[in-house]
Design a protein around this ligand. Structure first.
Ligand SMILES: [Zn+2]
Length: 414
């Protein structure tokens, strides 16, 4: 079936976009003008969130303004002990609703009860990489039983982005998964041609502990020695990198996900934007309890501004480059032909409200999107050719919000 999106503004011209089987079939000059008073609406690629924990939306604002380890150990992990499949499902739906409202059509998720995340993504029409997570709560080699059951359920899922919902192997981090297990996951990922999703070099503490425990190796060198780094390895954070680390990452083709807002909130550090320019870098929001939103608009602005501060150079991280990391770069990292408005690309795009005050007068679309736009500027969201939001409304959103409120109460009241 073919769907037409008419009178859209692309590179300063009014166009009509035809979509068929989830792909942009044609882009033609806007035909006819039945209503000359109607301004063309700006169209832009949708966003791809490279690292998040969707269901953590239920813990938004639950514990803020703390250091990483006390935040995790005293607040987040005790609350998460009460998670169930149903609670995660409602949390993921809330997060996906927020994603859609802010123009994001893909999330690389890592979380407990991931089959519930897969169900939510499947139902709501977004793309999602769900995690076969490993956290060794029972000691080395002993993945948490909740993960073992969930991972078994996910085994039959596809492993690549040609499926809208697919599974990754997700060892949480080097401080929660032992070396033997990391190596086994690396071997399995290669054998099963599966993406790996892992937190790397998020804090100085992680780097120093790694050096102490592993003969002076940095987290990147340690993971590389275990065979874990390759073009299908997605590494969240990567705040603290040596020049050798950067070279290893560039040589292996592993993907860095910059999570600058989370890094700022937990004072993990400023992302080394300029030093990592030879690497594949994409953007992610991290979970809503360390951000506290899933808006890629805010993430792009933080990435651009922090890169300028970190490098001492206002020409660093120009808007078009940051926008590309949040769109085309994110899609490409997962092997998806998407993230740009062209014939043959997946039909993932957003239509903006031409009257949104943040987009006026509209000299430079990339600058407007990175520095000024907000989720409220998004009118329509299309993912794989399917309209997920129109006129700023997602079908069924009242029920999604009401159920999420109840789930958050169940999670945190004990
Ligand atoms: Zn994370």
């Amino acid at each position: 079936m073919q769907t037409e999106f008419k009178n859209l503004l692309l590179d300063g011209k009014a166009v009509d976009i035809a979509v068929e089987d989830g792909v942009i079939k044609s882009i033609d000059p806007h035909a006819g003008d039945s209503d000359p008073g109607c301004a063309p609406r700006p169209v832009a690629p949708a966003f791809y969130n490279g690292h998040t924990h969707l269901a953590m939306n239920l813990l938004r604002g639950f514990a803020d303004d703390l250091e990483l380890m006390p935040w995790l150990q005293e607040h987040i992990w005790p609350a998460e002990a009460h998670l169930t499949d149903e609670i995660v499902y409602h949390g993921a739906r809330l997060a996906i609703l927020e994603m859609i409202h802010s123009g994001t059509v893909f999330a690389n998720d890592m979380y407990w009860f991931a089959p519930a995340v897969a169900r939510a993504a499947e139902e709501m029409g977004v793309r999602c990489a769900v995690s076969m997570q490993t956290i060794e709560t029972g000691g080395p080699g002993r993945n948490d039983p909740k993960n073992v059951a969930a991972n078994k359920e996910l085994e039959s899922l596809p492993r690549d982005a040609s499926a809208r919902v697919f599974a990754t192997l997700a060892p949480h981090a080097i401080y929660t998964v032992c070396g033997d297990t990391l190596k086994a996951i690396a071997d399995r990922a290669r054998a099963e041609d599966t993406f790996i999703h892992v937190h790397v070099a998020e804090t100085l503490f992680e780097v120093e502990t790694c050096r102490k425990e592993h003969g002076g190796l940095t987290p990147v060198a340690y993971l590389n020695g275990l065979g874990l780094l390759g073009p299908k390895t997605i590494m969240a954070h990567c705040v603290h990198l040596t020049d050798d680390d950067v070279k290893i990452i560039a040589d292996t083709g592993a993907v860095i996900v910059e999570n600058q807002q989370s890094n700022m909130k937990l004072v993990s550090g400023l992302f080394p934007y300029r030093r990592t320019e030879g690497c594949r870098v994409i953007l992610g929001t991290d979970g809503a309890s360390s951000n506290n939103s899933l808006s890629m608009f805010a993430e792009m602005k933080a990435a651009a501004l922090c890169a300028k501060i970190e490098s001492g150079d206002p020409t660093c991280a120009p808007a078009a480059e940051v926008l590309r990391r949040a769109t085309r770069g994110g899609a490409q990292a997962f092997g998806l032909e998407a993230g740009e408005i062209r014939e043959g690309a997946a039909a993932d795009f957003i239509v903006l409200d031409p009257d949104a005050v943040q987009l006026v007068p509209g000299f430079n679309c990339a600058s407007d999107l990175v520095y000024a736009a907000e989720p409220a500027c998004v009118d329509t969201v299309v993912c794989a050719g399917r309209v997920l939001m129109e006129g700023g409304v997602v079908p069924g959103e009242k029920e999604i919000v009401a159920e999420a409120r109840k789930a958050a109460r169940r999670l945190t009241t004990h």
